[in-house]
Write a protein that binds this ligand. Structure first.
Ligand code: G6Q
Length: 548
């Protein structure tokens, strides 16, 4: 099935009846600082669960009337129906009436592997075939069939990619490094800054190193440059790159050249970069580090959340509920940013992944109908692990003039079995006590006669909590945020799957590079004629010799 989504489903946000209701409710949002606001009954009732994750949302500025209106908003925009059409393979990556991408959006097909009747059978068959290739490759590494020229096993893997080909995979690896196979290490090169590659390569035994080059397009400047840099390091060490380099790319891309690689894996047009962590883009590196069973666990967790996202009742669909609470805070309470604060050191790069996922998807100014938006779309998303953040920027969260809604992430147990009992409590207990204390402090505030010690409260937050950060839980968490972003895009009636906003900078960078190379070849080149502003900037920044 490759239908487009019926235009009738793409309703503009400002034309939905529920937006008017929500605007009226937002004149008097629920007051979390009122003495009887945060009752035990409210705290236990405002909880929604799926795939082993609980969403606690009593500390949002909502009541039953708000939730009912948010339900109407979801019903009116038929977001769950659109999500289902997406999973079936509808062409959602497009702008009606204008030249645009025109693609299906099928990252969910990578984890529909477990369904008896997958919703997009052709895409899931391709995902199955790639997973089977990966399993064969990993088995050959494990049983010693695939070794280096000296007969020694590969112990290191350098993952080379950028943007969607780096952030999600890297966040997942760091989140799950506690489950890594002993003796295997993963390193990442993404930035075209040569110091990034140099720092990674320093001290690596290249003879035992695999290099996983990941680029869907096979044309990305940073990745191709870094691949070449690393290839040259192998050649200089007397090693044959084709015995060490792996490729993950789109079929038919310039990188689709199996003779240059030990193995080639594919990802497909219908999976966007920032949604690709559960395709081969993440799976090859994660399979090397964690083994294929853990990769399957990640996919299982993600699949469970994809299924849960099909629930139309918002109170029973955490991904949709989180999306709607975000819209309440953004469009009706006027909050410009959202902070994601994981109380788990392993999630150190998760906010960086979500920055891309959310802001590249929903940082848009035109609707799917090509109309300039008359409403706000995606907020600025940022975050850092707690408790570190508490000792840094939480001052602003509690007492700043900007209200920042927060999404806390926590776990009941830590990943490893090491902990310390000190002064009657474990470190894990200290961590979660701090998390819950922040939630209460932000919501209820603290009156004080000294204005400098006053906390206004009414700062909304939500908590996502699971038992332990396992591969399954990580898959569920990743898919929850993917679904949240997609739901918000549907609600705002924007295309969450293109990224035209990154093109202009790329084009101008290529123009500036032309100055450098022409300048290198011909000392008399006068670039000011070709591009006076770029030329002037290069000179003002001291990047070209003054006398040229
Ligand atoms: C993500 C974007 C972008 C992309 C990178 C890398 O959704 O499309 O971040 O992932 O530009 O692209 P390649 O994988 O094609 O190298």
């Amino acid at each position: 099935m490759t239908d487009t989504v019926p235009v009738g489903l793409c309703r503009d946000f400002d034309r939905l009846a529920a937006t008017g209701v929500l605007q009226r409710l937002a004149e008097h949002p629920f007051d979390l600082t009122a003495p009887a606001a945060l009752t035990p009954e409210r705290i236990s009732r405002y909880r929604s669960s799926a795939a082993g994750l609980d969403l606690l949302y009593a500390t949002q500025r909502i009541d039953e009337a708000t939730l009912d209106a948010l339900q109407s908003l979801a019903d009116e925009s038929r977001v769950v129906e659109q999500f289902f059409l997406m999973r079936q393979g509808a062409v959602l990556n497009r702008i009606e009436g204008f030249a645009s991408e025109n693609r299906q959006v099928l990252h969910t097909a990578c984890r529909d592997l477990f369904a008896e009747a997958p919703l997009a059978p052709a895409a899931t068959a391709q995902a199955r075939a790639e997973l089977a290739k990966l399993r064969t490759f990993l088995a050959e590494l494990d049983n010693g069939q695939l070794v280096n020229a000296a007969g020694a096993p590969f112990t290191e893997l350098v993952h080379v990619g950028i943007g969607g080909s780096d952030l999600g995979p890297r966040a997942l690896y760091l989140a799950l490094a506690a489950f890594a196979t002993p003796g295997r290490r993963v390193h990442f090169i993404s930035n075209v800054d040569p110091d990034d590659a140099a720092a990674v390569l320093a001290g690596l035994d290249l003879s035992r190193t695999l290099v996983n080059v990941v680029s869907k397009s096979g044309t990305t400047l940073e990745t191709l440059t870094n691949e070449e840099l690393v290839r040259q390091a192998f050649v200089a060490a007397g090693l044959a790159p084709e015995r060490h380099f792996l490729a993950v790319t789109g079929q038919g891309s310039p990188m689709d050249n199996p003779a240059r690689y030990l193995r080639s894996f594919y990802m497909f047009d219908y999976i966007g970069g920032r949604y690709s962590a559960t395709s081969m883009v993440g799976a090859v590196m994660l399979g090397f580090a964690l083994g294929d069973e853990q990769v399957v666990e990640i996919l299982r967790g993600a699949h469970a959340m994809d299924l849960a996202a099909a629930e139309p009742a918002i109170r029973h669909n955490p991904a949709l509920l989180l999306a709607l609470l975000g819209i309440w805070n953004r469009n009706f309470l006027g909050c410009d940013t959202v902070a994601v604060l994981p109380y788990s050191q392993a999630l150190v790069r998760f906010a960086a992944h979500l920055q891309q996922l959310d802001m590249e998807s929903n940082g848009k100014s035109v609707s799917r109908g090509g109309r300039e938006l008359a409403w706000q779309s995606g907020p600025v998303l940022w975050g850092e692990p707690g408790t570190n953040g508490q000792h840094a920027f939480y001052q602003l969260l509690h007492q700043g003039t900007t209200i920042v809604p927060t999404e806390f992430i926590g776990f009941r147990q830590n990943q490893l079995d090491k902990d310390l009992l000190l002064q009657g409590t474990t470190s894990q207990e200290k961590l979660v006590a701090n998390l819950l204390a922040q939630i209460l402090a932000l919501a209820t505030g603290q009156p004080h006669e000294n204005p400098n010690q006053r906390f206004a409260g009414n700062r909304p937050s939500a908590l996502l909590i699971a038992d332990r950060l396992t591969p399954y839980a990580m898959g569920a968490l990743l898919a929850l945020y993917e679904a949240k972003v997609v739901f918000q895009g549907f609600l705002w009636n924007i295309n969450s799957f293109d990224q035209e906003g990154v093109q202009l900078g790329k084009k101008l960078a290529n123009g500036l590079l032309a100055h450098f190379s022409a300048h290198r070849q011909n000392f008399l080149y006068n670039g000011s004629e070709a591009d006076p502003r770029g030329w002037a900037l290069l000179k003002a920044a001291g990047l070209l010799d003054e006398h040229v």
